[in-house]
Write a protein that binds this ligand. Structure first.
Ligand code: NAD
Length: 283
């Protein structure tokens, strides 16, 4: 199956950059959110990524404008009637995802593949909210999506080999590197990443070391590009919390949920996207 037109649902931390990565490879893409404010932020994110390339002398302004025009911003489903591949990037909550999959099933053509950017949740359960579970697949980008090349292509119980192949082909067409994963909680990367982050979170809580000091030690050790608390701020505290809770439920005490993370989410401090988390973030 060839993808002539794609769509991204959810224009938050991930959605804007996913749309940029798709348009950057010359595919028209619809970018939808429920709120115009987030659509505008997603568009601005995409534009700023191209602007940085223009500033670095790696792209002409005319090319920026042409690629930017490939993104159709919207808050409704009117432009979904001829899409071939949709990537859902709404919050990491099964009830929200299932509602979106059910809507997508109604508004997209029957041949369209419905993919989820979920970090951990069951593709099979999302597929069950549609009349085409064989065409539902995981398509997991990593933050920041414009830079990171890996995509986990996750097979649900009903996903057909044809769908997995089409998703892998589309990943390559947008210059990414697909790997096939089974439907285990956390898939491959988050299961590995969260087990090491869990140990650092647990150590911080037990020792009482300042979170910024721990981040500094980790980044200066070059074990990782940044410490676990700053990373959590960039990824979004609500997203990280949902994944951490889900992994702890699935695998037990090998995974850890940091109590401060729970407190910050409860008070609406979600990291860079709200301006404050473990750190303060300027605009
Ligand atoms: N943040 C990360 O680093 C990261 C990395 C990989 C995968 N993911 C996954 O991507 C998904 C999105 O995460 P995010 O960090 O971008 O979340 P986010 O909270 O930053 O953005 C979610 C967006 O979805 C919108 N939304 C909510 N309900 C909607 C609906 N019914 N229709 C359309 N839009 C709707 C919200 O308005 C918001 O703009 C999650 O499943 C998450 O696990 C996140």
């Amino acid at each position: 199956m060839f993808v002539f037109k794609a769509a991204v649902v959810g224009a938050g931390t991930m959605g804007g950059e996913i749309a940029q990565a798709i348009a950057n490879s010359e595919f028209p893409v619809v970018l939808k959110d429920v709120d115009q404010k987030f659509v505008d932020q997603g568009l601005e994110k995409a534009r700023s990524l191209w602007r940085a390339r223009v500033a670095a002398g790696k792209m002409e302004t005319a090319e920026l404008e042409r690629k930017f025009a490939l993104i159709t911003p919207t808050t409704d489903y009117d432009a979904f009637g001829d899409v071939d591949f949709v990537i859902e990037a709404v919050p990491e909550r099964m009830e929200i995802k299932r509602a979106v999959f059910s809507e997508l099933d109604a508004v997209t053509p029957g041949h369209a593949i419905l993919a989820s950017n979920t970090s951990s949740l069951s593709i099979t359960e999302m597929g069950e909210a549609t009349s085409r579970p064989e065409k539902v697949v995981g398509f997991h980008f990593f933050y920041p999506a414009s830079v990171m090349r890996l995509i986990e292509v996750i097979e649900g119980e009903d996903t057909t080999p044809e769908t997995v192949q089409a998703a892998s082909n589309f990943a390559q067409a947008i210059r990414k590197m697909p790997i096939r994963c089974g439907e285990a909680p956390g898939f491959v990367v988050n299961r590995i990443l969260n087990s090491s982050v869990s140990e650092l979170w647990r150590f911080q809580e037990e020792s009482g070391i300042d979170v910024k000091e721990l981040d500094r030690i980790v980044s200066e050790s070059k074990a990782a590009p940044m410490g676990p608390f700053f990373l959590t701020d960039l990824l979004g505290l609500d997203t990280v919390l949902h994944v951490a809770e889900y992994l702890k439920d699935a695998y037990g005490d090998r995974f850890y949920v940091h109590p401060r993370l729970q407190e910050l989410v409860a008070s609406g401090e979600l990291g860079a996207k709200t301006g404050k988390g473990f750190y303060e973030h300027g605009n």
